[in-house]
Design a protein around this ligand. Sequence first.
Ligand code: DAT
Ligand code: MG
Length: 148
Amino acid sequence: MEQTFIMIKPDGVQRGLVGEIIGRFEKKGFTLKGLKLLTVERSFAEKHYEDLSSKPFFGGLVEYIISGPVCAMIWEGKKVVTTGRKIIGATNPAESAPGTIRGDYAIDIGRNVIHGSDSVESATKEIGLWFPEGPVNWQSSVHHWVYE
Ligand code: DAT
Ligand code: MG
């Protein structure tokens, strides 16, 4: 089953949006396979966003990610990478549809509350970086009420 890496950024944690965001993924039917609250070092944030290191906003992005605790998660389910990105909404909250997390809870691109892997390949890479211990091994007992 597909897995994705989802991270509630420091603004989402500070603003008390952790429960709301977890609830959206739970109610959709996805399964939580990893969860931790942690503050990351600068070098770790730079590694997570290494593909963006040449962008003019990279410095500010790293400062933002290390500015407080983040809530790191592994979510599992059919097409969870693509669907997770839809639940999150467009990168710029000004363009995120209402009903998406960024559409409902964010205004500025540099305070857009949440991260989600953009492909199965990046999900594998990000889960490896954030959860070297691997996902928690459990099966949801409602699986057959979610999948036909
Ligand atoms: P996403 O988080 O939707 O995958 P991304 O990977 O392109 O977007 O960029 C990572 C984060 O960097 C994004 O959530 C917010 C910030 N960012 C992206 N483009 C930006 C821009 N043009 N100006 C400022 N911050 C930006
Ligand atoms: Mg991205």
